[in-house]
Design a binder for this molecule. Structure first.
Ligand code: GTP
Ligand code: MG
Length: 397
């Protein structure tokens, strides 16, 4: 319920009250029992409430019945998250994806209480009371859905072209994933000096941002910050965001950021893993990044997590604590993408030597002999450039 309250606040709502009910099975028509429903209805009337939000998903019939009882708009968790996403989307693709998911989710749920939706969404249009008006709207909504699907196809083709262009760089791609508000954007900013919006608000980031990070070992890596995950993420939303989340699916490495100062950290890890599974990104090489250690004095617990996940790091994206160690670890995890070479380069080929230092991680150098000798890790796509300097018979490590 605390999370639902946070979501409602993030959506711009003011929370007046809350309540729960324990039932073996939900009531088919109204989800909650009729006594409980009347109780809420009385509170709605007394406090002049305009919206009631459920943490679970409701069937269209349940929402409609509850709206009649409460005499106000009823949102379920999915509709609430969609509403937040609708407010945050910035790119054309993001906006289209959200609008599509929103229309598909809301269409069977539209009632007279949704009249003021028209303010936000031009596509839905003005709605009066009465069934006829609603029917017309439904047809318009269907038209709009078809049009959005076409537009999305176009936008995605364009993005695909861009992605092919980027892949030519052959820099490994690492995707920052994690529960919403874990500190993903703060981490991207800390690592790359980017200025992605960070806010103590859920789903501050919707559209993926990609930045280049050059590690101290000269390895380049592309880092993508993307939408935060959440428990019970609406399936429809995952579906419509799949295209955007391709960045995650294509990444060589995932940086899974966890807000270890959050009491539900463990549940959040599981929620993130299940979304990863749903988008087909489970089982990727992953570095667990335990964030916000500045807010966290329980070193024992941190150590337990660090032990449990090999190669994990404890950091504060805010203060920078642990960031150098994280970069080192990142270098190690990306190493398979580089090849170890033993090179002999003529002293006068200074441009080759300079290029080597710019692009590779030089582990040993020796300028004392007839030629300069280097042991270095070289990105695989640059292998040919240095191939003619490889010392014959030198063993690859
Ligand atoms: N104390 C502390 N706060 C942090 C740290 N990292 C992030 N925060 C705060 O946590 C909040 C969320 O940070 P964001 O970087 O926006 O989180 P996010 O994971 O990108 O969130 P969404 O984009 O909403 O999914 C902000 O108020 C940050 O200032 C940290 O290491 N320590
Ligand atoms: Mg963010």
């Amino acid at each position: 319920m605390a999370e639902l309250e946070e979501l409602a606040t993030s959506a711009g709502g003011e929370v007046i009250g809350s309540g729960t009910q324990k039932l073996d099975t939900p009531v088919a028509s109204t989800f909650i029992g009729s006594g409980k429903a009347d109780e809420f209805a009385a509170q709605c009337k007394q406090d002049n409430v305009d919206t009631v939000i459920f943490d679970d998903d409701l069937s269209p019939a349940q929402s409609r019945n509850l709206e009649e009882i409460f005499q106000c708009k009823v949102l379920d968790r999915t509709a609430l998250i969609l509403d937040i996403f609708a407010q945050r989307a910035r790119t054309r693709e993001g906006k289209l994806q959200i609008e599509l998911a929103q229309l598909q989710h809301l269409l069977p749920r539209l009632t007279r209480f949704w009249g003021h939706l028209s303010r936000q969404k031009g596509g839905i249009g003005m709605r009066g009371d009465g069934e006829t008006q609603l029917e017309t709207d439904r047809r318009r909504v269907q038209d709009r859905i078809a049009r959005i699907k076409e537009e999305l196809l176009e936008v995605r083709q364009h993005r695909q072209t861009q992605r092919v262009g980027r892949q030519r760089n052959l820099w490994p791609l690492a995707s920052i994933v994690g529960y919403t508000n874990a500190g993903k954007s703060t981490l991207l900013n800390q690592l790359t000096g980017a200025t992605t919006l960070t806010e103590d608000m859920m789903f501050a980031t919707l559209d993926p941002t990609t930045r280049r990070l050059k590690l101290p070992s000269n390895q380049n890596v592309l880092l993508t910050d993307t939408v935060g995950f959440i428990r019970k993420l609406p399936h429809r939303l995952v579906e419509s965001f799949k295209a955007t989340l391709e960045e995650v699916v294509q990444a060589e490495l995932l940086l899974h950021v966890v807000d270890l100062s959050h009491p539900q950290a463990e549940a959040q890890i599981l929620a993130v893993n299940s979304v990863l599974e749903e988008i087909g990104a489970a089982g990727k090489p992953t570095m667990m990044v335990f964030n916000k250690v500045d807010r966290f004095d329980n070193r024992e617990l941190l150590n337990k997590y660090l032990e449990r996940f090999p190669g994990s790091v404890g950091i504060s994206a805010k203060t920078g604590e642990g960031i150098p160690e994280m970069k080192d670890e990142l270098g190690c995890m990306l190493r398979p993408a580089r090849e170890f070479m033993d090179l002999s380069i003529p002293h006068e080929a200074s441009s080759v030597i300079a290029r080597l230092h710019a692009m590779a991680q030089v582990i040993e150098r020796d300028y004392s002999g007839e030629t300069a000798r280097f042991k270095a890790r070289i990105p695989t796509h640059l292998r040919n450039e240095f191939a003619s300097y490889v010392v014959p018979g030198a063993e690859a490590r």
